[in-house]
Design a protein around this ligand. Sequence first.
Ligand SMILES: [Zn+2]
Length: 126
Amino acid sequence: MPVRTLVVRTAHFTRISDAVEVHVAIEKLKIFIINHELPRTDMALFGVRCPYCGKSDRIRELDSPENLHGDLAPDDAEVYSDLWGRLNPLSDILGVCKFCQNPLRLSSDVSCAEVLDAHCPAPDAV
Ligand SMILES: [Zn+2]
């Protein structure tokens, strides 16, 4: 169950408010993605497994706020930039599973998808 996974994964946050804030931001981004039919790209990343539902052919890379510039209403662009910056302070690549609609973080080589409050293992740790 997605929500349960999220609760378990956020256990390492030292402050409850951090975890709640991240959770709220993830939910907002999820709704934003659905409402605005993001991402604009139609290309799925085959072989990248969704940590929520396990599908490996439904994840797509999300458009960065810069790439959507002029494509969204100014207010919407601001909301999207804010959520993007909050969930992705390191400017990694964000993606979304179009099967379960959960936003995800993608590793820099786009080979691994993870929930937005955990990290992929280092390449040599596998
Ligand atoms: Zn999924």
